[in-house]
Write a protein that binds this ligand. Structure first.
Ligand SMILES: [Zn+2]
Length: 493
């Protein structure tokens, strides 16, 4: 068997927990605060006191439906709540409220683009549940429990096993983060643990037409895109090697297992055999009424569905003629894309705005480590600056300096250009004088431009730079180029 050619195919399904951006918890009125002192955002409901009754957070339900619609899911018209029983110190009720057999969203799909290919990944389901608290291990010799997080609304999104590589899973997770932030249903902050990923991975090994499948491994609780990619790549290799070592390492003969990712060592480590659904003794929660999604509720949510990133990218390229790279940068965040689009609506010439937006505004924002929407430059002023370059009243270089000045002052860019002395001089008399000055000061370059064909072009460019410098950036570079050519041909005669 080992002499035959072996091909392997990695099979990956993802379970992703997304923390919803509601003001309060899933089943009680406690506020959701990231850095509140331990156990200060709690009440009898999320502490699991006997007799305390949960109440559904309608906003969490609406956010989940919106996400479901964006993932092309069917939204259930009747859904209910189930108790998932297990014991853990950070879960005082000893069960988690989740959705078992009637999830809110089912049978969807999500398209991603991987190295130029569009891949459609099926979404099996998306259901609502509550988060557990946190065990804190920073005091030696004991474990402390903080229940501020207990009861936080989570949307669990489960894909079919349609992903085939670590890279695809990485792209899927980053695109999903973009989607939920676009929809505004989650902050999607990795640092705050708003998204947690659990890939299920196994490998199909083909030996001369016979297929062997390794046992399924669930990698628990990954909290970064990088760890998703690293853990899947490692698992795929580890399972293939384990099968090569022992051909009985196959699904059905060896139990499925849970493993954890050790980021420092770059390996997954065995945790425990994988649980099956019956281990959790699911049953309907008697304290919560099922939810019937009415036509009005569904219509209300549908009306709030925005243009999704993938469609917006395609439109920005076709409508505005932006390059794929610039589109990627601009459409990456909804606020950024909105700002760009508003500047176009304010009359900005798209070709110049596109360049300025990426090379000037996004760069200035990046240097200051703030989103471009926080630069205190609105769409109207951006549009005006782009128009000034288009009509030749300032050069592209001068526009950079005006842009910087616009960050500190809310005046129109025209006024700033005037004050900074950057309004482009169209007066040919003044420009001819600058050309004469540059020619007099750079005789060698003039000689090269006239007599040395190899250096002619570079020398003319050099002279143009000199004229621009003498003018203090106020000369129109195109006009200067024409004047230099004219002067050179006069000298040739
Ligand atoms: Zn509470």
């Amino acid at each position: 068997m080992t002499d035959q050619a072996i091909t392997t195919r990695t099979i990956i399904g993802l379970e992703i927990h997304v923390q919803l951006r509601t003001a309060t918890k899933m089943f009680c009125g406690c506020p959701l605060k990231f850095d509140a002192p331990p156990n200060t955002c709690v009440c009898p409901v999320c502490l699991g006191h006997p007799g305390a009754l949960p109440v559904i957070n309608r906003q969490a339900l609406a956010y989940s439906m919106l996400t479901g619609l964006a993932l092309s899911c069917d939204i259930a018209r009747h859904t209910k709540w189930d108790r998932k029983s297990y014991y853990y110190p950070d879960m005082p009720k000893n069960y988690q409220i989740s959705q078992y057999d009637l999830p809110l969203c089912e049978h969807g799909h999500f398209e991603i683009s991987v190295e130029g290919d569009t891949r459609r990944i099926r979404i099996k389901r998306a259901h609502l549940e509550e988060d557990a608290g946190k065990n804190l291990h920073d005091v030696p010799g004991c474990t402390l429990v903080d229940l501020n997080r207990a009861g936080t609304p989570l949307l669990e999104i489960v894909t079919e096993p349609d992903l085939t590589s670590a890279e695809e899973a990485f792209v899927f997770c980053t695109e999903l983060q973009r989607l939920v932030t676009y929809l505004g249903v989650s902050e999607g902050s990795m640092q705050k643990g708003h998204m947690r990923f659990e890939p299920n991975v196994n490998v199909a090994i083909d030996v001369g037409g016979t297929e062997y499948r390794t046992p399924i491994v669930e990698i628990k609780n990954l909290n970064s895109f990088k760890s998703v990619r690293g853990a899947i790549a490692f698992e795929s290799q580890r399972q293939t090697a384990a099968w090569q070592e022992d051909h009985d390492y196959v699904l059905g003969k060896v139990p499925n297992e849970n493993r954890g990712w050790n980021d420092d060592r770059g390996v997954t480590e065995f945790q425990r055999p994988k649980e099956a659904a019956h281990d959790y003794r699911y049953f309907p929660d008697p304290d919560l009424v099922p939810v019937d999604v009415t036509d009005e509720m569904l219509a209300g949510v549908t009306a709030r569905l925005p243009e999704l990133p993938i469609a917006r990218r395609a439109r920005f390229m076709s409508e505005f003629g932006l390059s794929p790279k610039d589109t990627e940068i601009i459409v990456g965040h909804r606020g950024t894309a909105d700002l760009f689009e508003n500047a176009v609506k304010c009359g900005a010439p798209v070709d110049i705005l596109g360049k300025q937006f990426v090379n000037v505004w996004l760069k200035l924002a990046n240097d200051r480590n703030v989103p471009v929407t926080d630069l205190s430059v609105d769409a109207e002023r951006m549009a005006r600056l782009a128009s000034m370059v288009a009509d030749g009243s300032v050069s592209a270089t001068a526009a950079n300096r005006i842009a910087e000045a616009m960050l500190d002052r809310r005046d129109p860019p025209d006024l700033l250009a005037d004050e900074l002395g950057l309004v482009q001089v169209q007066d040919t008399g003044a420009m001819e004088a600058w050309v004469s000055e540059a020619f007099a000061a750079n005789e060698q370059a003039v000689r090269d431009a006239l007599t040395n064909p190899k250096k002619a072009k570079a020398s003319a460019g050099f002279l143009r730079g000199k004229v621009m410098r003498i003018s203090g950036g106020k000369a129109d570079p195109k006009l200067v180029g024409q004047l230099i050519e004219k002067r050179l041909s006069e000298l040739r005669e």
